[in-house]
Ligand binder design. Structure first.
Ligand SMILES: *Cc1c(COP(=O)(O)O)cnc(C)c1O
Length: 363
């Protein structure tokens, strides 16, 4: 069996460090908003070259709180892409805002800046580019349009921990960068978790309140807030793992290069010249996706589809009345994409076995 991801392998590599970190928190008797989170936030901000970092409950919450902090109101429009993990869209709905979709670029699989401007209306209050699969969106182009129309940017960095755009870390190209620590992300907790980066002091202070019942000082509430905090145990775990992130991303890139070089007959991902891709997922395209998937399953090779139904065609969003055919590249790709095994502990023999199977595949 070659799984698409195996989190146990990583745990056993760093077991002592992790076990010690968890024990340290248990023995401290302090579980919410303490030293571990404070230190992790400093370390992550430093890692990401961001001024501020704020640990929150999940990636979805990171996006939701960012939307609230910008003062976005019900009925306001937020532009994003239809081929993303649904939580990008959930966060928009949680704020009662309306998602507006822009199709993706055929090479980057990310928001196509050429299609962005004509989706902007008077109601557009934010743009959420997603750095999908670990590759940054084309931020210069997106920023130029956002500046021209004074619309803030919230980056969805849930799949891009450590990814670069023109040499600079994602999460620094807008008002907010929103990270997820869902266990299988490039930097994953052992439970739910998320984080917001910002370089703006005022916005930082607003999120500080929003994540903690809206209070500025204890029992003094300046905002209508919620409860969304990264707990001490997850923060302590993430402090251990953050030290390994660059080495793990490098390993993913090495495996991706082997796939790139050796895979025939399928379309491999393209690393854009502005990007340093960190391969959260390694996604190929094939016209015979379903039979390829079944064939690989018979060989004991795990695959998945990220994502099979674009957001605008999901039942939950039928009220938007966006017809099939409106966002053609996202729709076409959702029929062709297939994610192959990709995680830092995957070994080169396993990658070779996946490649051999795919290259021998006959429909
Ligand atoms: C994982 C993910 C999220 C949501 O993160 P959670 O921590 O699961 O809430 C948001 N956007 C994208 C693109 C993701 O991959």
């Amino acid at each position: 069996m070659i799984p698409i991801v195996d989190l146990k392998r990583q745990y056993y590599q760093i077991k002592d460090e992790i076990d010690n970190a968890i024990r340290r928190v248990l023995e401290s008797g302090w579980f919410i908003l303490g030293k571990e989170l404070q230190e992790f936030e400093k370390e992550f901000a430093d890692y990401n070259d961001s001024k501020y970092a704020l640990g929150v409950g999940s990636g979805t919450e990171a996006l939701h709180l960012s939307i609230l902090a910008l003062g976005i109101k019900p009925e306001d429009e937020i532009i994003t892409v239809p081929n993303t993990a649904m939580p990008t869209i959930s966060a928009i709905s949680l704020a009662y805002a309306k998602p507006v979709f822009v199709d993706i670029n055929q090479y980057s699989y990310n928001l196509d800046p050429k299609k962005l401007e004509n989706k902007i209306t008077k109601k557009t209050k934010a743009i959420i580019p997603v750095h999908l699969f670990g590759q940054s969106a084309d931020m210069d182009q997106i920023r130029e349009i956002s500046k021209k129309h004074s619309i803030p940017i919230i980056e969805d960095c849930a799949q891009s921990h450590g990814a670069l755009y023109k040499g600079k870390k994602t999460g620094n190209f807008g008002e907010f960068g929103c990270f997820s620590f869902y266990p299988s992300k490039n930097l994953g907790a052992y439970g739910d978790g998320g984080l917001i980066t910002t370089n703006n002091r005022e916005l930082y202070e607003k999120i500080l309140m929003l994540r903690n019942y809206g209070q500025k000082d204890r029992y003094i509430h300046k905002e209508k807030g919620t409860n969304s905090r990264l707990d001490e145990i997850q923060a302590a775990i993430l402090r251990v793992k953050l030290k390994h992130l660059d080495e793990w991303n490098l390993k993913r890139r090495k495996l991706a290069q082997i796939y790139d070089k050796e895979l025939k007959e399928v379309i491999t991902p393209k690393e854009m010249d502005y990007a340093k891709h960190i391969y959260h997922l390694y996604v190929i395209r094939s016209e015979k996706r379903e039979s390829l998937m079944n064939y690989l399953k018979e060989k004991g090779i795990g695959t998945q589809i990220h994502y099979p139904i674009p957001a605008h065609l999901q039942e939950a969003y039928k009220e938007l009345r966006i017809n099939k055919g409106t966002l053609p590249i996202s729709e076409k790709y959702s029929q062709q994409i297939l994610s192959l095994p990709m995680f830092p502990e995957l070994n080169e023999e396993e990658v070779s076995a996946v490649i051999n199977s795919i290259n021998k595949f006959k429909d």
